[in-house]
Design a protein around this ligand. Structure first.
Ligand SMILES: *[C@@H]1O[C@H](CO)[C@@H](O)[C@H](O)[C@H]1NC(C)=O
Ligand SMILES: *[C@@H]1O[C@H](CO)[C@@H](O)[C@H](O)[C@H]1NC(C)=O
Ligand SMILES: *[C@@H]1O[C@H](CO)[C@@H](O)[C@H](O)[C@H]1NC(C)=O
Ligand SMILES: *[C@@H]1O[C@H](CO)[C@@H](O)[C@H](O)[C@H]1NC(C)=O
Ligand SMILES: *[C@@H]1O[C@H](CO)[C@@H](O)[C@H](O)[C@H]1NC(C)=O
Length: 646
């Protein structure tokens, strides 16, 4: 993709500024004896109620960006747009589970190249407010905690539980040494580091846990760096989320009385800078609910009021991005509420990284308080509607079990969870045989809400319906002794907020048939992504029909370009979609409101056929086609003024 000329101009502007920074660094290096301790310092100034950078009062206007929700090739473009919006800092979470997928197995390359991302931030000339967890929420799978912690079923997350602390300490021993040389006081651009995340909203209220984290952070990062906490403005949140030694900040969105909100911070920090660490520019979406939006004018007005009282503000999110693959999390508010694939958030930069009206409204406000960078905002990138693509090849999931499940299935008397099977995401197939003839249909069910989170039921390969957590616990079936009963269980993402973070997946209770427990199961751990990214489509019998879990594959060409696009699934029900082996995430148009998936252009071959694969779990349209559009679609939106995380 050729960047538009305006983008180049903006890069030059940022480049000049980089040059000045370099000169400054050279000067400092050249004159080591004259460098005072204030030359590259960042601290809290309790007399002027502000931060202090290089010895003078400093205020940040920052935005959140998640490198794990944006393809690496686009990181620089998004950061540049944040810089051009007038921000002087970005706020960044680090998801532990993204970097340590299995105990002791670390991944910091490619889309997980945290240091590469931080290098780009430094190059662009932005400061960093780092939030390394270990828990981050972020509407991310399990709030960033690794699923394998649950292999010890009695582990108590986010407390001084020894199993939990041991895993945390091992992780921080790997992560924090990468951070230390990048601290502002060590010549880098990280000005402050958050400890835990909205800990006051967690039921445990374990001060010893916070104190333990503080000592580990200090041991690795030294005494100088500003360590802080972030909590909602409710009394309980602040009471359980703050301790002596960590600077207490608050988070709140539109519709909150700003004076009152900062009064709450003042209860815990009578002096020092006012900080809203998460000023919500929009809000997250759940499947089955309208797309959240908020007015650019209101967001800008709220920002202005906070800047007028001298507060430091981080806008959450500045760009939301996408929950690719299986990374979206879920909330539990009376019922299980999975987060959508799009994390657009109605943020100032859209899911595709394009400036919206909100960017300009915010930029205008920022311009009243500090100098804006010279040069225009890079314009939206071109999107292309590649049109209809038909997916003629249909393969039943059950017909390629061997390919999808390369490891031997496990035989057990009773079902095992994903965690017991050591599988993080995706799908597991549970198979048993009907123990006796059933002439009149009887209830097949998983009591106690034991399906986490959806189970697609097949009898002798025929689709019989779906069970769903908190919604459908059973279905009636009939058959003969020896008939093959399969439950394909889908994990929709582990809960990321609140008391229910230990969210085991799979069949977490026994399956009963007419109230009798079914025993003797064969469990297939599925690795669908490796299969789809391998030789695909596989040599396998193609099948007819349109119900039940099946893969639909087709190809398309793009006439020499690879621009961003959005793919719509007209008449499809629920599933997962890959292009050229890359998992674009879940689709669920029957639930909405998200109707399209963002297709980053860099996934597409401009001069070779592209392979598109849809795993439909329930019912495909009679004519299996998808439609590439030049814009996203949500079929319901709501405008809202969000208060705080409830
Ligand atoms: C906001 O809160 C402050 C302090 O509690 C109060 O004095 C003020 O009247 C409130 N403003 C509005 C508009 O409610
Ligand atoms: C199963 O069948 C029984 C008896 O016909 C009926 O009362 C019940 O509603 C059915 N349950 C489901 C989940 O379809
Ligand atoms: C979630 O946590 C609440 C509060 O601890 C508890 O009452 C509820 O049973 C939990 N729900 C699930 C599904 O674990
Ligand atoms: C399943 O049933 C068996 C036999 O009654 C029991 O030992 C086991 O604990 C049950 N499993 C679950 C998860 O309830
Ligand atoms: C959104 O789309 C789904 C699936 O087509 C449909 O069931 C639902 O009624 C639609 N909602 C609106 C408001 O159009």
């Amino acid at each position: 993709m050729t960047p538009p000329a305006a983008l180049f101009r903006a890069e030059v502007a940022a480049g000049e500024m980089r040059l000045e920074l370099c000169v400054l660094v050279l000067v400092l290096w050249g004159l080591p004896l004259q460098v005072t301790s204030e030359a590259h310092s960042f601290s809290i100034d309790y007399t002027s109620n502000s931060f202090r950078k290089d010895g003078v009062p400093f205020r940040y206007i920052s935005g959140s960006i998640h490198y794990f929700r944006i393809p690496p090739a686009y990181w620089k473009d998004r950061l540049l747009k944040m810089y051009m919006s007038g921000l002087n800092a970005v706020q960044v979470y680090v998801p532990w589970n993204y970097h340590e997928p299995l105990p002791g197995m670390y991944n910091f390359i490619g889309d997980r190249d945290l240091e590469g991302f931080l290098d780009l931030v430094a190059q662009i000339g932005l400061l960093v407010i780092l939030r390394p967890g270990p828990y981050i929420c972020a509407e991310w799978e399990m709030g960033g905690l690794p699923f394998w912690l649950l292999a010890k079923p009695d582990i108590v997350l986010r407390t001084t539980n020894p199993d939990f602390l041991q895993a945390v300490d091992t992780w921080l021993d790997v992560l924090l040494p990468k951070i230390k040389p990048r601290l502002y006081c060590n010549g880098g651009n990280i000005i402050s580091v958050q400890v835990e995340n909205e800990y006051g909203s967690y039921y445990a209220c374990d001060y010893d846990y916070l104190r333990h984290l503080m000592s580990v952070f200090r041991a690795h990062l030294g005494e100088e760096v500003v360590l802080f906490t972030t909590d909602g403005i409710k009394d309980l949140d602040l009471r359980c989320g703050t301790i002596q030694g960590l600077y207490a900040t608050v988070d709140f969105g539109l519709g909150i009385n700003i004076t009152k909100a900062f009064e709450q911070q003042r209860v815990y920090e009578p002096k020092g800078p006012l900080v809203n660490s998460e000023y919500y520019t929009g809000w997250l979406d759940y499947w089955g609910e309208p797309h959240s939006t908020s007015s650019p004018e209101e967001v800008a007005q709220g920002l202005q009021k906070m800047l007028e009282v001298g507060a430091n503000v981080n806008m959450y999110m500045f760009q939301g991005g996408t929950n690719f693959g299986y990374w979206s999390g879920a909330d539990y508010k009376k019922t299980f509420k999975p987060i959508t694939t799009s994390y657009d958030y109605d943020a100032p930069l859209s899911e595709a990284g394009d400036p919206t009206a909100k960017v300009y409204a915010i930029r205008t406000v920022i311009g009243k308080f500090q100098a804006l960078p010279a040069g225009p905002m890079p314009p939206p990138t071109t999107k292309l509607a590649y049109g209809y693509v038909s997916l003629p090849q249909r393969i039943n999931l059950l017909d390629i079990l061997g390919l999808l499940s390369p490891v031997q299935p496990i035989r057990t008397p009773f079902p095992l969870t994903f965690e017991a099977m050591s599988q993080a995401h995706g799908f597991i197939l549970y198979r048993t045989l009907l123990p006796h003839d059933i002439q009149k249909s009887v209830l097949l069910s998983v009591p106690n809400n034991g399906v986490h989170d959806l189970a697609y039921i097949l009898l002798n390969g025929k689709y019989k319906g779906t069970l769903e957590r908190d919604k459908v616990s059973g279905t009636n079936i009939s058959g003969q002794a020896g008939d093959v009963l399969d439950l394909l269980v889908e994990n929709m993402g582990r809960i990321n907020f609140g008391a229910n973070v230990s969210d085991f997946k799979g069949l977490i209770h026994n399956v009963t048939l007419d109230s009798t427990t079914l025993n003797d199961w064969i469990i297939y751990s599925l690795d669908i992504d490796s299969a789809v990214a391998g030789v695909w489509p596989p040599v396998a019998p193609t099948s007819r029909g349109n119900t039940g879990p099946a893969f639909y594959t087709g190809t398309f060409t793009t006439a020499g370009v690879n621009w961003d696009s959005y793919v719509k699934l007209p008449g499809w029900t629920k599933g997962q979609l890959w292009i050229n082996g890359f998992n674009l995430g879940r689709f669920w148009p029957a639930r909405g409101s998200q109707q399209t998936l963002f297709v980053p252009g860099l996934l597409l071959y401009s001069s070779a056929p592209n392979i598109i694969t849809v795993l439909e779990l329930q019912a495909a349209p009679e004519e299996p086609i998808v439609l590439f559009l030049d814009r996203p679609l949500f079929n319901r939106t709501k405008s809202s003024s969000h208060r705080n995380m409830e």
